[in-house]
Design a protein around this ligand. Structure first.
Ligand code: PMV
Length: 353
């Protein structure tokens, strides 16, 4: 049995624009997906997913993935989760030159699905690491990031940047511009996340921005302006002392850039009323800045606030289902112990073959 975990992330700046070659700065956060893998004697894949939905589910299949099991969760959720796990398994089989390897897989996640916190990237990264190590192959975090990107690219029909997968594999704050990915030494920023309980459709949202950008020069300029914001924010981060508490002036400047970024994302049509309401609740509570994170349409916002005020305000905001502080996680994908998974098992999962 082999267990790996990998972090989720928030975008400090740059989602959507990164799809068109502008830079982005995602930051890994201390919320992880954990994947446990056991090699099987046959070529079947059995997946038990917990916490991806309220009830969790278990499915087992061999080659014929078209015949989907009858499980008590929405089909698109099963398809989404299974698609990423399938793609991770394919990458692991390829890396280990073991095309017929079969696995029992358990996925546990502290990251809400499709909410802009990089849940799918974390599952794919941890899944590739656990499955390759189970087959006796140790990949570097960079190699896992690359394979995870290819897996996401396949599942998302080419509508994926390297941002989520590189950030999850490497940890910390990272900079992604096209195929160029690197770590940034950043201070621990006081992130507060607000979650509306929903999810956006990344493919649809990316397609919407692409259409606007193709139709209007000012939309293309908006995407480029997001790139300018990222470059300004990145310069602030690289000038800061990564070991020190961030100075209020730095937080104020980063916050102003986050507010600007959210405004441009809103103009590109990827925000929503619930995300905007949470952003405004955070700003009115005194956060240095607030913006949506990830694809948008619903899901999460991220605010900068070292005080408890933003979380308190979000708790009293009708649109906010959950709020939490998200520490920067400087560690990316890592081996986890099997016992880490034994604690809070959900007994409500259903099983189908
Ligand atoms: O919502 P998430 O965490 O999947 O982030 C999507 C970010 C986009 O820039 C919209 C797409 C991408 O692949 O970078």
């Amino acid at each position: 049995m082999t267990v790996s975990s990998a972090p989720g992330k928030v975008y400090l700046f740059g989602e959507h624009a990164v799809v068109y070659g502008e830079p982005a700065v995602p930051c890994a956060i201390e919320r992880r997906a954990t994947v446990t893998v056991d090699a099987r004697d046959d070529d079947h894949i059995r997946v038990e997913a917990r916490d991806l939905s309220l009830d969790g589910f278990t499915v087992e299949y061999a080659d014929d993935t078209a015949e989907r099991p009858d499980v008590d969760v929405p089909e698109d959720l099963v398809d989404a989760a299974m698609g990423y796990i399938d793609a991770a398994v394919e990458q692991a089989r390829d890396a280990a030159d073991a095309p017929d390897a079969g696995f029992d897989i358990i996925v546990e996640s502290q990251i809400p699905l499709g909410a802009g916190l990089g849940s799918s990237a974390a599952v794919v990264v941890a899944g590739i690491d656990a499955a390759t190590r189970e087959l006796g192959v140790q990949l570097s975090p960079e190699a896992i990031a690359d394979r995870a990107y290819r897996a996401e690219y396949d599942v998302q029909d080419g509508q994926a940047s390297r941002a989520d997968t590189f950030c999850s594999a490497m940890g910390g704050a990272v900079r992604v511009e096209g195929d160029n990915c690197s770590r940034i030494e950043a201070p621990n920023l006081p992130f507060v996340v607000g979650f509306d309980g929903g999810a956006g459709d990344t493919g649809e949202l990316v397609a919407g921005v692409r259409e606007l950008r193709d139709e209007y020069d000012f939309a293309a300029d908006t995407v480029e302006s997001i790139g300018d914001i990222v470059r300004s924010g990145e310069a602030l981060l690289t000038d800061a002392d990564p070991a020190a508490e961030p100075m209020p002036e730095l937080l104020a400047e980063l916050g102003r850039l986050m507010d600007f970024d959210h405004g441009l994302l809103e103009a590109l049509g990827v925000s929503s009323r619930t995300l905007d309401n949470m952003v405004w609740a955070a700003r009115e509570a005194g956060a240095h800045g607030a913006k949506l994170t990830g694809a948008g349409g619903g899901g999460c916002i991220v605010a900068l606030d070292p005080t408890p005020e933003t979380r308190t305000a979000l708790r009293y905001t009708a649109e906010c289902r959950d709020t939490f502080r998200a520490e920067l996680d400087r560690e990316g994908v890592r081996a986890a112990s099997a016992s880490a998974n034994d604690g809070d098992r959900d007994e409500t999962e259903s099983e189908a073959t």
